[in-house]
Write a protein that binds this ligand. Structure first.
Ligand SMILES: [Zn+2]
Length: 523
């Protein structure tokens, strides 16, 4: 019951709109995926650009614990002998033990894109796979557009697999390149291939254009596939690829397969590391790894989860390294606030004087326009404050911000000056930013890093402003929500004021206090 996980974040994932990896980004991704325990990491084509050559040189020196690196390229060109085709030969420069070779499996592509005959395409496949087998490489043959090809000309799609198999391919990977096949089609076609090629590993490579890539890959396994390709966060061209951060826990926790070496407890952390490197926000509703994946809001749900966790959770969040959260909201009611308080101050009973004080203070702040539903970090600090356990790590003496138009320095249109006191020592700094809040954040952290170097890693990852109308509060105010991250944790804080900078300051100050408390083990 083992599946081979083939991660293509660095190759198909790099095709996503808005994604661009530096060589160092790629090396960091290799390390994260290897630590997590995938079997293969597909890492691009060394012939395609100098960046990839540099990457493979550096990557070949890395000591990987679990993963094999794999270079990717196409079958030889039509009018060239395989050993004269520079693109084919360049794959050898990557010095990987495995290569993934894609070839056409849809007759339409053979005629219209390659301008070749059907037989010519078969020899492109056979020659190229043979070439790499003679070099003692493991060859994963990616049959491009296999499912569309099967529908258009089933016999020919199988002829292409035959050609690869004759030449000694180790894996026949069926690619739904356009992403339009349904899970049942994938199951049926994969099963036919499995029956025909019973002694070769069968692979599956799905795109998510119908939102079914994970489901299709799961059904391909039902049909006998043992090798599954995807990208770690499902990133990829158009709607992306099979999301391995969902597929892997589905197969391990629900179906009893072993997909990765080591436990799944690194799953959520790996997702955070990857989203940081890819510079994309991890959607909060992403299964297993999102911040909301185990967040409970409705009062009855929270009541149920507090009694028996499995009553409203499909798996224990700890299995995938995520955590259960109780969201603040009027719907959730008192039991939720109590559950939340219990995580911070377990010694308080629901009838204690302090609990009543916290709830009273919470109501007053909500009336002022604060909302703690997603601002867990500010809520926790508020509880510590009411209990008299909050001792600020710094004191603000003054700040001053200014903006300029036109900007004197390209994007940097604002500056901030700040004076703070830590343990009786004054620190004054200034910074420029692309807006007053950005400048203020940079100046504050610059001042504090002198005392708390661990803050160097902290960054703002999201900033939201909401204008509060009369129904929310008594005056015209804004509510600012700031999401911060240090690459490991993500936390959200809130500020409310009639002045947008003052509201942002409160959320910034809370963000810094929270992580300092957390690092000190006091939250
Ligand atoms: Zn693909």
């Amino acid at each position: 019951m083992r599946l081979e996980i083939f991660d293509s974040t660095l190759r198909d994932g790099a095709q996503s709109e808005g994604i661009s990896f530096s060589v160092q980004d790629k090396l960091n991704i290799v390390k994260a995926l290897d630590d997590f325990g995938v079997a293969y990491i597909e890492a691009g084509n060394p012939g395609s650009n100098p960046k990839d050559i540099e990457f493979f040189e550096k990557a070949s020196k890395m000591k990987l614990k679990n993963a094999k690196l794999c270079a990717f390229g196409s079958t030889r060109r039509k009018n060239l002998a395989v050993e004269e085709d520079k693109n084919v030969v360049s794959l050898l420069k990557a010095k990987t033990d495995s290569v993934a070779i894609f070839g056409k499996a849809w007759d339409l592509h053979v005629f219209k894109i390659l301008n070749a005959t059907l037989d010519e395409n078969l020899s492109l496949v056979e020659d190229t796979v043979s070439f790499f087998k003679k070099q003692s490489k493991e060859v994963i043959f990616d049959a491009e557009h296999f499912f569309d090809g099967y529908k258009a000309n089933g016999k020919y799609a199988f002829d292409v697999l035959d050609a690869a198999a004759r030449a000694g391919a180790d894996v026949l990977c069926l690619c739904d390149t356009n992403g339009g096949a349904t899970p049942t089609e994938v199951f049926e076609v994969t099963k036919m291939v499995r029956d025909r090629f019973s002694d070769i590993r069968i692979g599956i490579h799905c795109h998510n254009d119908t939102g079914c890539a994970v489901a299709s890959s799961m059904l391909a396994v039902n049909a006998g596939a043992k090798h599954v390709q995807g990208t770690f966060l499902g990133i990829g061209e158009r709607a992306g690829n099979t999301d391995l951060s969902v597929f892997i826990p589905n197969m391990q926790l629900k179906r009893g397969y072993t997909c990765i070496e080591g436990g799944l407890t690194k799953l959520t952390d790996t997702a955070h590391v990857l989203s940081e490197i890819c510079n994309i926000a991890l959607p909060s509703n992403k299964p297993y790894v999102g911040a909301s994946a185990f967040a409970h809001k409705g009062g009855m749900h929270i009541d149920g989860v507090t009694k028996i966790t499995s009553s409203f959770e499909h798996v224990d969040p700890a299995l995938v390294g995520n955590t259960r959260r109780f969201l603040m909201s009027e719907v959730a009611g008192r039991s939720m606030v109590l559950a939340k308080i219990a995580t911070i101050a377990p010694e308080l009973s629901k009838d204690s004087h302090e609990t009543a004080q916290i709830i009273k203070h919470l109501k007053e702040m909500e009336h002022e326009g604060y909302q703690f539903e997603s601002a867990d970090a500010s809520f926790e600090l508020m509880v510590l404050d009411v209990l008299g356990r909050f001792k600020p790590h710094f004191k603000l003496n003054m700040y001053k911000t200014s903006g300029e138009f036109p900007s004197p320095d390209g994007e940097m249109s604002a500056s901030a000056m700040i004076k703070i006191v830590v343990d009786g020592k004054d620190e004054t700094t200034a910074a420029v930013g692309n807006g007053p809040v950005h400048a203020l954040d940079l100046a504050l952290r610059k001042a504090l890093c002198v005392f708390y170097p661990e803050l160097k890693k902290v960054r703002l990852t999201d900033y939201k402003v909401r204008v509060l109308t009369a129904e929310h509060t008594t005056g015209s105010k804004v509510r600012v929500l700031i999401e911060s991250s240090d690459g490991e944790d993500v936390w959200t804080t809130v500020g409310v004021s009639t002045d947008i900078i003052a509201a942002s300051w409160q959320a910034l100050a809370d963000s810094i206090e929270y992580i300092l408390y957390k690092k000190a083990g006091k939250i």
